[in-house]
Design a binder for this molecule. Structure first.
Ligand code: ME8
Length: 650
């Protein structure tokens, strides 16, 4: 630790599943963690902020298969690719110090050692698992834990599952965990403690199945091939391997473990407050100081999920409104421990009220008046009045309360404090009426002091908003020309009577036209179709020419591949004439011959015969073609089998 630092501070986000691109719900937790990390840095702590990705498990293996790539290619694309996880954190201005991927070699090797250590100390043993498995959550459940027969976490169907597996003696730690939860501040908010104790510990903690044989995309158990380590052991230990536990890549364990806080979403509190401390107890390791379970962001009242199509795209929102406004909105609007309902209307209302009206206006009015009345330079001197002490007292109170709330992770309440100061400063303008003071030379000294007080309130507010809106506070410091040593946490003391040189800048947050923006957002948020169709032909065909084409229903009597051709299928067709018709069609990529025998298709029959690969083709089969996700798709036109061979289509 450096000599000047107040101490070390280690804070983490959950590591994200790169199974699909992240949405604003994921960004919520990371922005909160970022605000906390920036706040602690501002206070002078030596901060380590860890985030990363949780890349193993059946869900990823299945998705990769679906996409026709290897699991590693699949996760690489979502983590490193365009608009991937790393891009998103860059966009959201996330100041993480370390990024871990659970596929990193050092982590994989460390997990193998950790698993072996728990096996050797007798806390992991081999048995047979039979129970219910929720594939999307990668969680095994007992019958009693199911809710209406479904996964208690996500509400989806579970499957019967049985396999030889390793178990972790979670039951052994039940009493210690209950004591930890009930008698310490380990888990917050407090409401989550009751949930954990009543729903999971009191009904009886069962040993936990910690290996899988049903898929391979995971950390292999090195002493028992065929088993992979349960994804939650792999994932939870990231918090320590990223500091150098059981590996030589890093050496920060002594400085940063135990973690000061793990921020996690409410549905993964169980893993962090029961399983995680039990595993650490098993290895005799210090426990993290705190787990904080935040709420969910819903969208228009529903949980955000890709399948529901209601995910909010942080790229679209930050491009439109700015990253700082989005960061601010997330933490200003929703109390961190509770669920919140995200709507675009609320986002814009908050931007207009808090950022454009209260903060933006205060800054622009103040610097505009400085410019108009003093050419931007507020010299020493002036004339104080009783009213000014209101601001001074309030500013000190706001700073103290802000700090207390930040230390409790109550971001929205801490921001309320900042707005108490900004509101008061706006009111101070109305009370002091600078435009009237400016009318007479006699009242100019008073005007000078009024403007300095306004600058000072803004300066203090800018310090306090730094963790939330780092770019905005920088802009404010720039227009107020605040020297670096007065931009820091320790410069909170109210001291208006200094020389100010302010400059007029662009408005910080222009007012939004809500109706117009909503319409634009609606257009932008509509998912782009992944289906492409051929452009329509401009060329007209006259009716008589069209009528000359003879379309007929034909039945497939036989179908086979054509030797030495990847493309062609050879059809023997009943066209109702009593004589078989042969047609060759370049569709072998799309159909297996046996799938088509007996089907009723559509052929155009009066085309001149053509030779293909030395065989004659008398006509053409009709199909529908389109492109989906860049891939060509083809479907033969099939008719109801009740339509007889030879029926004319017109
Ligand atoms: O759970 N509102 O990963 P994950 C608020 N890999 N938070 C949300 C949210 C929403 N709408 N949607 C998701 C995992 N989150 C594990 C973590 S840690 C050792 C392993 C939050 O990508 C969610 O609550 O499914 C969780 O905390 C985080 O995003 C990552 O979710």
């Amino acid at each position: 630790m450096c000599e000047k630092c107040k101490g070390n501070y280690y804070i983490t986000t959950p590591i994200y599943y790169p199974s699909a691109n992240l949405h604003i719900g994921h960004a919520y937790c990371t922005v909160a963690t970022d605000a906390m990390a920036r706040y602690k840095r501002l206070q002078g702590y030596n901060v380590k902020f860890l985030t990363g990705t949780d890349e193993h498990g059946q869900k990823i293996e299945d998705k990769a298969k679906e996409a026709g790539v290897t699991p590693q290619q699949f996760v690489d694309n979502i983590v490193l690719g365009e608009k991937g996880v790393l891009d998103l954190w860059k966009l959201m201005n996330i100041s993480y110090d370390r990024f871990i991927r659970t596929t990193d070699d050092y982590h994989v090797a460390a997990i193998q050692k950790i698993f072996k250590r728990m096996y050797e100390n007798g806390d992991i043993y081999k048995g047979t698992y039979s129970g219910k498995y929720c594939k999307p959550c990668e969680s095994f459940w007992t019958e009693s834990q199911l809710v209406d027969g479904k996964c208690p976490d996500c509400g989806r169907e579970v499957q019967d599952a049985q396999e030889e597996a390793y178990f972790f003696k979670l039951s052994k730690y039940a009493d210690r965990i209950q004591d930890l939860l009930e008698n310490t501040d380990f888990l917050e908010p407090r409401s989550r403690v009751h949930e954990m104790v009543n729903n999971f510990i009191k009904p009886g903690l069962e040993d936990l199945c910690v290996s899988r044989t049903s898929f391979t995309w995971g950390v292999p158990v090195d002493f028992d091939p065929g088993h992979v380590v349960y994804v939650w052991i792999d994932a939870l230990f990231n918090y320590m391997t990223a500091l150098g536990f059981e590996n030589k890549k890093y050496s920060d364990l002594n400085d940063f473990w135990p973690a000061d806080v793990h921020f996690v979403g409410k549905e993964i509190v169980r893993f962090h407050s029961i399983i995680w401390p039990a595993m650490l107890m098993s290895l005799d390791l210090p426990l993290p100081k705190k787990v904080y379970g935040h709420g969910w962001l819903n969208f228009n009242g529903e949980k955000m999920s890709k399948s529901r199509g209601n995910v909010v795209d942080p790229y679209i929102l930050s491009e439109k409104f700015g990253v700082d406004a989005l960061r601010f909105f997330l933490l200003r609007t929703f109390p961190f421990g509770s669920d919140g309902n995200f709507t675009n209307e609320l986002l814009m209302a908050t931007i207009n009220t808090d950022l454009a009206n209260t903060l933006g206006n205060l800054v622009s009015r103040t610097v505009a008046m400085n410019q108009k009345y003093f050419d931007g330079t507020l010299e020493e001197g002036g004339e104080a009045a009783e009213l000014d002490s209101d601001l001074r007292v309030l500013a000190a109170d706001v700073c103290a309360k802000y700090e207390a709330q930040m230390d409790r992770f109550q971001f929205s309440v801490a921001l309320n404090e900042v707005f108490r100061l900004l509101d008061r400063a706006n009111k101070y303008i109305d009370e002091t009426t600078p435009w009237i003071l400016a009318k007479s030379e006699d009242t100019k000294p008073r005007l000078l002091t009024v403007m300095k007080n306004l600058c000072e309130c803004i300066r203090i507010a800018a310090i306090l908003i730094t963790p939330f809106m780092p770019e905005t506070s920088e802009k404010i410091f720039a227009v107020l020309n605040v020297p670096a040593d007065r931009q820091v946490w320790d410069a909170q003391a109210y001291c208006a009577d200094v020389v100010w040189n302010t400059v007029v800048g662009a408005p910080l947050f222009p007012r939004l036209d809500v109706e117009k923006e909503l319409k634009e957002l609606e257009k932008l948020s509509k998912p782009k179709s992944t289906i492409e169709i051929e452009p329509y032909s401009e060329e007209k065909v006259d009716f008589d020419t069209f009528c000359k084409s003879d379309f007929r229903a034909v039945k497939v009597k036989d179908c086979c591949n054509v030797k030495k051709s990847d493309k062609l299928l050879q059809f023997t067709l009943d066209d109702g004439t009593g004589t078989d018709r042969q047609i060759l069609s370049g569709i072998a990529r799309f159909y297996k011959p046996e799938e088509l025998i007996g089907k009723t298709l559509v052929a155009i029959t009066n085309l001149p015969p053509r030779k293909m690969m030395g065989r004659e083709s008398c006509g053409m089969l009709l199909s529908a073609v389109h492109t989906e996700k860049g891939e060509e798709k083809l479907n033969l036109i099939m008719l109801d089998d009740a339509i007889p061979a030879g029926a004319k289509l017109c």
